[in-house]
Ligand binder design. Structure first.
Ligand SMILES: Cc1cc2nc3c(=O)[nH]c(=O)nc-3n(C[C@H](O)[C@H](O)[C@H](O)COP(=O)(O)OP(=O)(O)OC[C@H]3O[C@@H](n4cnc5c(N)ncnc54)[C@H](O)[C@@H]3O)c2cc1C
Length: 475
């Protein structure tokens, strides 16, 4: 029997929650051990098979479209082609591998001990590290036994499978969608959430004919309807078919295609495609590493219940990222990792999701922070809204991207901003300023009195504040 090793701060999972917690814990003087099972590996879902490679494919699609048609600018059309193997190589080697190497280097610099293997919980005080791979559970009696002063769980999440759409062959999850060997001629996406919509847009730009099958009455259900309208219009312009109120029923496949059957209003239809990507949600990794051997409590969705500092009901055990409630987003996981590491160091840290931005890198991008008008009204807050269109912004027009708007939701009485939405060019970047405004509880007057550079895509933020004050300039 191996001896039990006593460690200081142990972190399970090296994704955005785990590796950021490790760095912060080390900065705050803790001796840190990080256990990562290697699938997907350091950087987690985000760096390896999520945020980062998806944005690389989206960027490649935009480049192709710009090269194919920039006639608006008087640039003549070229016979551009795409070598998708090269695109995939670039995405993997120059983007993903480079960024994950960076994470490893940062952890090394912060003297974080990295253990390769699967952590399995034994009880509230001990875990074992087993070798990764299919035999992992066979040597359950073996493995390194580890105890901790403090433990941070950051095991993340994985895609949900639906009946009759087992992930194999031409039925793929988002990871499969990111790693296709060729650009599909026909691509079916089941689930029009932000992951499905982003990859649908990327493949449409790369030349696929894409169909989105969505169960509810609209794609991007979590986003404000006025913003979604702008995106839907553009997705349709790209030739994407969006079928809403549709239930995916069945899939059959042969060597070269998959046939997807779905039902709308009781009527069944089928589409034959090269690939079918299912992106209907993700489930927390809380059921596959022995958490039931501990007294850590979970909610009805299988997520670990934590307090504002990320602390579970068990002393010295914290949990962060996709495995705890709240939006499953990398920037939320980063923040929670820092909060938990700070809490362990005795700092007065707390998670506060007032200003957490939700972003979708569709075309155009959209982002929202804080409350929408209807959410505010549901909470009994009297609010008004003011918006400024990108069509009135010189920079957006010169980029030939005039669709969309910036909108503030602010209290009627004091004009404090409680929410903001943006759909349009670089919405993801603008979301940073909007988060600051909401997080700081700024008044629209504060925003209106902040000089923004001209001509930039940030100006609609100031101009929307002017609209709120009844003093618009450019509309
Ligand atoms: C296609 C796609 C696109 C996305 N785009 C965005 C985006 O644009 N912006 C955004 O904010 N978010 C995005 N996300 C979500 C984002 O990736 C996640 O919110 C984020 O990765 C969660 O971080 P995490 O640390 O909680 O978990 P994860 O990233 O899931 O990392 C968990 C890590 O723990 C390891 N692990 C699990 N169990 C064990 C164990 N028992 N022992 C050892 N190691 C273990 C895993 O190997 C993994 O590396 C996207 C996700 C997908 C799938």
């Amino acid at each position: 029997m191996a001896d039990v090793e006593k460690k200081d701060t142990v972190i399970v999972g090296g994704g955005p929650g785990g590796y950021v917690a490790a760095i912060r814990a080390s900065e705050l003087g803790q001796k840190v051990t990080l256990i990562e099972k290697g699938d997907p590996g350091l950087g987690g879902v985000c760096l390896n098979i999520g945020c980062v490679p998806s944005k690389a494919l989206i960027a490649a699609g935009h480049r192709l479209q710009e090269t194919l048609d920039s006639s608006t600018y008087g640039v003549s059309k070229t016979n551009a082609t795409i070598d998708f193997k090269k695109t995939q190589d670039w995405k993997q080697k120059k983007v993903v591998d480079r960024m994950t190497r960076g994470v490893k280097m940062l952890l090394k610099k912060h003297k974080v001990e990295i253990i390769d293997g699967v952590a399995m919980m034994d009880n509230d005080h001990q875990l074992r590290v087993l070798k990764s791979g299919p035999k992992q559970f066979m040597d359950f009696d073996g493995g390194r036994k580890i105890e901790w002063n403090n433990l941070i769980l950051a095991t993340g999440s994985r895609p949900v499978e639906i009946p009759n759409f087992k992930f194999e062959g031409r039925v793929i999850d988002s990871t499969g969608g990111l790693n296709l060997p060729e650009i599909p001629k026909e691509f079916v996406v089941i689930g029009g959430g932000y992951i499905g919509t982003e990859l649908a847009g990327a493949y449409a730009d790369l030349g696929s004919h894409v169909t989105i099958i969505e169960g509810t009455d609209s794609i991007l259900g979590g986003f404000d309807k006025d913003m979604v309208k702008v995106v839907v219009k553009n997705l349709k312009k790209k030739g994407i078919d969006i079928i809403t109120g549709a239930m995916a029923k069945n899939s059959t496949q042969d060597d070269s295609s998959v046939t997807v059957t779905y039902e709308v209003d009781g009527k069944e239809s089928s589409i034959k495609a090269d690939y079918c990507m299912v992106s209907v949600g993700r489930k927390p990794n809380t059921d596959n590493f022995g958490l039931d051997m501990t007294s850590v409590k979970m909610d009805d969705h299988g997520k670990v219940i934590v307090d504002k500092q990320g602390k579970t009901n068990v002393d010295h055990i914290y949990a962060v990222g996709d495995m705890v409630p709240g939006p499953a987003l990398a920037h939320k996981a980063f923040f929670e990792g820092k909060t938990a590491a700070g809490a362990i160091a005795g700092k007065n840290t707390a998670n506060d999701w007032v200003g957490v931005p939700a972003v979708c890198f569709a075309d155009p991008e959209l982002a929202q922070v804080g409350m929408t008008a209807s959410e505010a009204k549901d909470k009994g807050i009297e609010v008004a809204t003011a918006q400024f269109p990108f069509a009135g912004n010189a920079r957006a027009v010169s980029l030939d991207q005039p669709d969309g708007f910036v909108r503030f939701v602010y209290t009627k009485e004091k004009k404090n901003v409680v929410g903001a939405q943006v759909v349009g060019p670089e919405a993801s970047t603008l979301a940073g300023e909007l988060s600051l405004i909401v997080n700081c509880g700024m008044n629209v007057e504060d925003v209106a009195l902040t000089i923004h550079p001209h001509p930039t895509l940030n100006e609609p933020i100031q101009e929307a504040a002017d609209v709120a004050l009844g003093l618009p300039t450019h509309i």
